[in-house]
Design a protein around this ligand. Structure first.
Ligand SMILES: CC(C)[C@H](NC(=O)[C@H](C)N)C(=O)O
Length: 722
């Protein structure tokens, strides 16, 4: 009798090595989910402050910052293909995760170093002197991060799946749900923490926003993630790569196409599947495996549309939030913090769906198959965009009437000592009291105007307005020098408030955080956050302090009279150029709820589906294909953003919703014709057809492996456990 070790016994019966278990789950998955939590913390934490780093550290404009950001995200979801090829064809998942995690951690550290302004701030003025150095270093860091995060992404999920035995399909599904919860717990915590770290001040020579800390903590988390993964090393089931599988797949597909073309005449009998044209040269098993993968990849074609909508949470929806009020009474929510609603909802919805909704649907006798779930998920995402459109319509009702590209708008502010009758040619007459303003903007469809004041003598002056712009005509204490000042013509970014001051005092004034302002001059806009803000006005020894409470997204011009110090700042007048946001951010919760429900149905299910429908040697490849749908979705967002939007934002939301409904109908038809498979069963069947009975297969495998092992032992090569 042959004395088989446990390991060989497992191999002969074609079962995986059994690992230590706790409550029916392999203990090894504990290390994998903790690793995923830390990695996602690292990734989302870095992503949360990335655009701000581009915008305010590298001083890029909004467009460049957003484009590079989306390009980086797209790259992160394209590199999984590379990771999958390395894992399935060369290194195996375990080694791929370790090596690429090292690349990832180096990338995060490089990124953190690139944000230390003191490195190039020789003149110690608080800004880097050599931007090229910081840009080059951060781009290198981002490329390494994209390679690392994308490369390990398909491997970690598939490696987790590999830890389960064939009879543990229920536990496998729970694993994917827990895995998804860890992704979102990491994302939630880091999105809350890193912006707070960024807001701290730090530095060697000068104190600046603490980007090194905001990027440094994710770097530390990535190192922890790697250490945790290595710690579980002894417990994992590690499947060896099966040679250069991708190359074999490509050659086999190429041969099938060529062979089909060669036999295109109708005299040749048709074959069941076009891949069967590879039968002459390639192993039936490989052909069967390729058919399985192609079937699933074909099904993926419509999926990017879901991600196109999903990924607009971070862009369009956040911009929408900047036109809303985030005052929740007990706390204030900033527009970008609204995004944390998504992971919070995931953490509550995944258990509810898994434990309650899906079992309930099953109890009702309904067959809620994975592909049906994914279709319903898409419809939920479409509904989320309908909800976003309805919210947008409400917001539009409260937004100022901004000028079109051919119009110009003008407001008049009077800091002259008496009420003035202002005539703007040809027929606008405004009566404006001293230290007051016209009620609202007057819209002109021409640019050249003449303004007359009823002073004695009458003052008349010609002006040319900016096309598509908003301006204020400032009438100072000496009206002969009246002048135009450009106003904001969109809601201030990030829900902030744009404020400026007109100096009606007779001498220069200093105002907190602003340059000194000359008499009759107007400052440029300064952005201030929501809440109570104090300003101190100074001239020599004289000073006074005034406070204002700001809402979200307003714009004000403060008129400072000559009596400002004698009445302790009481007489400063506030002109409201743009009303604060009045639609509450809570109205975005339904759209977040709908998109997150869609995500649970679509994304968690898609992750499980991609694993279960892949042949053993192509699991990572199919995970990578799944992640690629996300990359394509992001690229579509980029293209749409570049092409510009529809004139009305709500119409764009409805357009996206309709597109996704159309795509989900196409997907449901494709899904209807899809038959679920058990890849292991198909592989066994093909082997049988090839004339290998199960016992023979086992014998053959055992013999081959023993031979292999003997050879390796002879060479003194240490065996990897499988
Ligand atoms: C990109 C995936 C859908 C996934 N993201 C999420 O779960 C978000 C945070 N809800 C990921 O793997 O990061």
């Amino acid at each position: 009798m042959i004395n088989l070790t446990d390991e060989k016994m497992d191999k002969t019966t074609k079962k995986k090595k059994k690992t230590a278990e706790c409550c029916g789950y392999p203990i090894s998955i504990f290390f994998i989910v903790v690793n995923e939590f830390c990695e996602r913390f690292s990734y989302y934490g870095m992503r949360a402050v990335l655009v701000l780093y581009f915008r305010y550290f590298l001083l890029w404009d909004d467009d460049l910052a957003t484009s590079i950001y989306h390009a980086f995200v797209a790259l992160c979801y394209l590199t999984p293909i590379l990771g999958a090829i390395i894992a399935d064809s060369w290194l195996g998942k375990f080694k791929t995760i370790i090596y690429l995690s090292i690349v990832y951690a180096i990338g995060q550290v490089t990124m953190a170093i690139s944000t230390i302004h003191d490195i190039t701030d020789a003149n110690r003025d608080g800004t880097p002197d050599n931007f090229t150095f910081h840009i080059a270093l951060s781009m290198l860091g981002l490329i390494l991060i994209a390679l690392g995060t994308g490369g390990i992404k398909p491997c970690v999920a598939a490696f987790g799946g590999d830890q389960f035995q064939e009879h543990q399909s229920r536990q496998l599904n729970t694993f994917f749900s827990v895995f998804y919860l860890c992704i979102n717990a990491g994302s939630l915590l880091s999105t809350l923490i890193t912006p707070v770290l960024r807001a701290q001040e730090c530095g060697i020579h000068t104190q600046q926003q603490c980007y090194p800390l905001a990027f440094g903590v994710p770097a530390v988390l990535m190192v922890i993630s790697l250490v945790v993964f290595i710690a579980g090393s002894g417990m994992y089931v590690k499947t060896d790569p099966e040679g250069n599988i991708m190359w074999s797949v490509c050659k086999c597909i190429g041969f099938a196409i060529k062979n089909r073309f060669r036999h295109r005449s109708s005299s040749y009998p048709k074959r069941e599947h076009w891949m069967d044209w590879a039968n002459e040269k390639y192993d039936k098993l490989l052909i069967a495996q390729i058919k399985m993968v192609l079937k699933v990849l074909f099904l993926y074609i419509p999926l990017p549309m879901f991600w196109t909508l999903f990924d607009q949470k971070g862009s369009r929806w956040t911009l929408q939030a900047t036109t809303m009020s985030g005052d929740f009474g007990a706390f204030i929510l900033q527009p970008d913090q609204m995004q944390t609603v998504n992971p919070i909802l995931i953490l509550t919805l995944v258990p509810i769906m898994d434990r309650l909704i899906f079992p309930l649907i099953q109890k009702c006798g309904l067959n809620f198959s994975p592909l049906k779930r994914m279709t319903v998920g898409m419809l939920f995402a479409a509904m989320a965009f309908v909800s976003a459109a309805l919210v947008q319509i409400e917001i539009d009702k409260t937004l100022p009437n901004f000028p079109s590209s051919s119009e110009s708008q003008l407001k008049v502010v009077n800091t002259y000592s008496t009420t003035l009758n202002v005539t703007i040619s040809p027929n606008e007459h405004l009566l404006i009291e001293s230290f007051g303003s016209s009620a609202d903007y007057v819209t002109f469809d021409h640019q050249d105007i003449t303004v007359s004041l009823n002073t004695n003598p009458v003052i008349t002056k010609a002006f040319s307005l900016i096309k598509g712009g908003r301006q204020t005509l400032i009438i100072p204490s000496d009206p002969t020098v009246m002048y135009l000042k450009e106003d904001v013509k969109s809601k201030p970014r990030e829900g902030k408030n744009a404020i400026r001051f007109v100096n009606g005092y007779t001498a220069d004034l200093n105002i907190t955080n602003l340059d000194s302002i000359e008499p009759s001059a107007t400052t440029n806009y300064t952005l201030v956050n929501q809440g109570k803000r104090d300003f101190v006005l100074r001239h020599g020894e004289q000073w006074c302090e005034f406070s204002r409470k700001f809402g979200f997204g307003a714009s004000y011009t403060f008129l400072i009279p000559s009596t400002v110090f004698s009445d302790d700042c009481e007489s400063i007048t506030e002109v409201e150029d743009m009303k604060p946001n009045s639609v509450h951010m809570a109205l975005q919760i339904p759209q977040y709820f709908l998109i997150t429900t869609g995500e649970v149905m679509f994304s968690v299910t898609g992750l499980q589906f991609s694993y279960s429908q892949a042949p053993k040697n192509m699991k990572s490849v199919l995970q990578a294909g799944w992640l690629c749908t996300n990359a394509v979705g992001n690229i579509i967002v980029l293209i749409v953003a570049e092409l510009g939007k529809l004139p009305k934002q709500w119409a764009e939301y409805l357009l996206f919703a309709s597109l996704l409904v159309a795509v989900s109908i196409i997907f449901s038809i494709m899904a209807y014709f899809y038959t679920y498979i058990d890849p292991a069963e198909i592989e066994a069947q093909v082997r049988k057809e090839q004339g290998l009975e199960p016992e023979e297969m086992e014998k053959e495998t055992l013999e081959m492996e023993e031979k292999d092992e003997d050879q390796k032992n002879e060479q003194g090569v240490k065996q990897t456990k499988i």
